[in-house]
Structures are given as C-alpha cells and as structure tokens.
Write a protein that binds this ligand. Structure first.
Ligand SMILES: C[S@@+](CC[C@H](N)C(=O)[O-])C[C@H]1O[C@@H](n2cnc3c(N)ncnc32)[C@H](O)[C@@H]1O
Length: 431
C-alpha cells in the first residue's frame, strides 16, 4: 500500500480493503495491517526526520521502496508494541526480499540506530524549540506539513492546536447513520453498535465490518461521520415558509449527505435532486438518496433560478478537516490547492444562492476548517450580494456545544470526535 500511495497517488482508504481481501487477511491481522499502513503514512514527516539523522545518505537518494520500508520499521519501533528485535528483523527481511542484500544491511544499520531512542527522546533531539519556532516544533512532533500547522492554528487558535494535531493522528471511530424512515438506531445497536452522542441517527461501531450489517448492505444505513450528518440535518431544520418540496444537493457525490437528506425529505413529501460533476459520483448520490441525480456543473446551473426551497453546497475542498481518515492527504496538498479551490467554492456558493427562492435556505459546507475556504468565502459572497441573511448555524445544532464564535458552526476532531466540518446557513431574502 505504501508503494501504491507513493507511485500512483493511490488513496489508502480505498486501496487497503481490497488488498486485505485479496490476501485473505481478516480480523486482528487486518486491524494490525491497517494500523501499520495508516500509522506509517500519518507519521511519515516525523519518521523521515529521524531516518535522515540515522543515515549517511540523504532521503532523496534512497531507493523509494527502501525508504518506505524504513518508515514502516520506524513506525513499528517508535509507535507500536512490536518488540524492537521483531520490528528490525521483519523490516530487514522485507528489504532483502524486495530490494536486495546490500540495502538490507543498510536498513539493519539505520533501524538499530532508530531503536536506540524512544519517540519522545527523538523528538527532544530533533524538533525545533517550541518557543523559537512553534510551527516547526508542532510540524515535527505531530507529523504535519508546516503550512497545514499554520492554517489549522489560524482556524482553531494557539491554545488548542496541539490537541487538534494529536487528534488528526488518532484512529477515527467508525460512525454509522440510520437513514430516517428506513432504519432505526436500535437496529444498528442490535448489530453491535452504540448510540451516537450528538446526531439522533448516529451509532458508533466499535469493531467489525460495517458491510456485515444488513441495514448497511441494503442502503438503509451507511457509514457517515457524525458532523456530516449534523450539517445536513441543520439545513433540514431551518424553518422555511411556504413551499418546501424542492431540495438540491449541488455537489452530491458520492451521496453521504444526499442519502440522509433524501430520507428526511421523503418523510416530509419533499424530494432531493442530486447533482455532481462526475458521472459515477452522481450515480452513487442518486442511489443513496433514492431519487433523481444529474451530471452537472453546479456553477453552470442546469436548473431555473429560484427553483429550490433548500440547497446544500458541499463544496470540493482541501479536506484539511478529514486528515484522520485520509492518512496520505496531508503530504499531497500544498498551499496552491487552497488558491485553486477558493474561486470554485465562491462560484458554487453564488450559484447555490441563485438556485434557491427568496425565503429559502442554503447550507455551505466544507470538510476543511481553513479560514480561506470557510469564513472568507461565505462573508465575501454574502457581502457582495444584497439578498443574503447569514443565520446563526449553531442555533440549528442545539445538541452540540463548542461550535465556535458563530454565526457559523465549526466541528473539531479533538472537541467532538468528528471531522472538522464547517457549516454556514444563509437565507435568501427578497433582495
Ligand atoms: C465534498 S464532495 C461532496 C460529498 C457529498 N456531499 C457527500 O456527503 O457524500 C464534493 C463533490 O463535488 C463535486 N464537484 C466538484 N466540482 C463541482 C462542480 N463544479 N459542480 C458540481 N459538483 C462538483 C465533486 O465531484 C465531489 O463529488
């Protein structure tokens, strides 16, 4: 998996389940393999610093499979309970088989040096001084690129950045949604889940494969982060006068929020139209929402202006709020991705406001807390138009505290155990 992520930009969370199945790895072995793979990818920034110190060769001159094996070995030595001799010999064997005899000797020497200290001792030696270079310090200690540390610190504040970065490195719990009218939380609890803390439709699955649960297999329930559930529910909770039957999910694929909104809408005699730029994503959204879905560029509307009563714009974003789930993504993005995405986000929000009738509501959502993708987009667009009332999104999430200063709602992994989803609720006024 490490090689696939490096060589062909594979997504770990999409690739790993197939690899485990193909090799017949299940149960505790699968959990261990997942922890090794994800942990190595998350910790890569820290491990590379340590490997560089223990090697007389610069990392960029190392054969990539050898470097990946060293990272995997470093992870076992520094963050797992695998005995040091086993971590070293398993890694050296791997290098011997996959890379060669000479590199195996080299790996043996590097790993023995790494094993000479525990992680805290290495961090004491290698991390820049926290007083002089706080961002550099956090970047090495929590294995995040410096630009992400800075962006997240701007969003969460200096007081909580340490906890947030630590939460990004913890394994996220598996959360299920019981789609209302189709499944009950009780049904998921009977299958081994525990009721969720915030969303009335959420349940946590402490172990086991969600695909083994009949309601999930049948699409009546699904895997969905609790904050994703709540931002969709908040949109459905805002009172709207008059007609309330036409809802639009403008960036619907693969259908997580559309699935929940579709179920809520069905209970009220309303319908959700799903739209996505990509065909297969639109199709998945239609299936999840049990309703119509079209392939469309949300910024070039395929619908009449003012045609909808509720619109959700779950905009494409950097995903900096979901780093727990996509262990490799922090190393793939760079600040240029923010600059590329924000104009698209603005256009989509503009278009969402055009698509909703006066009196209707738009939810603008990102799974990134980056200020440029969240507050700045919303306030720029709202200020430039004369027909937008910014609602206090927190009022529609009364079961959750700690959502920030408002009027937006910002979830956090370290506070809520969810992804760092951002929600703005905007009512279109007569203008
Ligand atoms: C954050 S994801 C949406 C996740 C989805 N709402 C869910 O809950 O499962 C963003 C989606 O926007 C789609 N997208 C990107 N640009 C778009 C555009 N201009 N118009 C419509 N969809 C777009 C992407 O294909 C992607 O599926």
């Amino acid at each position: 998996m490490l090689r696939a992520v490096d060589e062909r930009d594979a997504y770990a969370n999409l690739l790993l389940p197939g690899l485990l199945r193909e090799r017949g790895i299940g149960g505790r072995d699968a959990a261990f393999a997942t922890e090794l793979a994800y942990g190595t990818l998350r910790g890569l920034g820290t491990y590379d610093e340590i490997i560089a110190t223990c090697s007389d060769r610069p990392l960029r001159k190392m054969d990539p499979p050898l470097l990946d094996a060293l990272r995997l070995g470093a992870h076992q030595l520094l963050r797992t309970r695998v005995p040091a001799h086993a971590a070293v010999s398993a890694t050296v064997d791997l290098v011997r088989r996959r890379v060669g005899q000479g590199p195996a000797k080299f790996a043996n020497a590097v790993l023995r040096k790494i094993a000479a200290r525990d992680l805290d001792a290495w961090l004491d030696v290698l991390a820049p001084d926290a007083g002089r270079d706080p961002v550099g310090h956090l970047a090495v200690v929590h294995s995040h690129p410096e630009w992400i540390v800075s962006a997240l610190r701007d969003a969460v504040g200096a007081g909580e950045i340490d906890d947030l970065l630590a939460a990004d490195n913890a394994r996220p719990r598996v959360t299920l949604v019981a789609r209302p009218g189709l499944a009950e939380v009780d049904e998921l609890v009977a299958a081994g889940a525990e009721p969720g803390e915030f969303s009335p439709y959420a349940a946590y699955l402490p172990e086991g494969d969600p695909g083994d649960i009949p309601a999930v297999r049948e699409g009546r329930a699904a895997v969905q982060d609790e904050a994703s559930q709540l931002v969709a529910l908040a949109l459905a909770r805002v009172p709207v006068e008059g007609d309330d039957r036409a809802w639009l999910d403008m960036c619907a694929g693969p259908g997580g929020k559309a699935g929940l909104l579709g179920a809520v809408a069905a209970g009220r005699g309303a319908r959700v139209l799903g739209a996505d730029l990509q065909f297969h994503r639109a199709r998945m959204a239609g299936r999840a929402a049990r309703g119509p879905a079209i392939v469309a560029d949300g910024a070039v509307p395929a619908w009449r202006a003012g045609a909808f009563d509720r619109v959700i714009v779950d905009a494409p974003c950097t995903g900096l709020g979901a780093l727990r789930r996509r262990p490799e993504s922090r190393w793939r993005r760079d600040p240029a991705s923010v600059a590329e995405l924000t104009p698209v986000q603005r256009r989509l929000l503009e278009s969402g406001l055009d698509a909703v009738r006066p009196g209707g509501v738009v939810a603008y959502v990102t799974c990134s807390p980056h200020l440029a993708e969240t507050r700045v987009v919303v306030s720029d667009v709202a200020e430039a138009r004369g027909d937008v009332e910014v609602l206090d999104a927190r009022e529609y999430l009364p079961e959750v505290t700690g959502l920030g200063p408002g009027p937006y709602a910002q979830f956090w992994p370290h506070r809520h155990g969810t992804d760092a989803m951002f929600l703005a609720l905007l009512r279109r006024t007569a203008g």
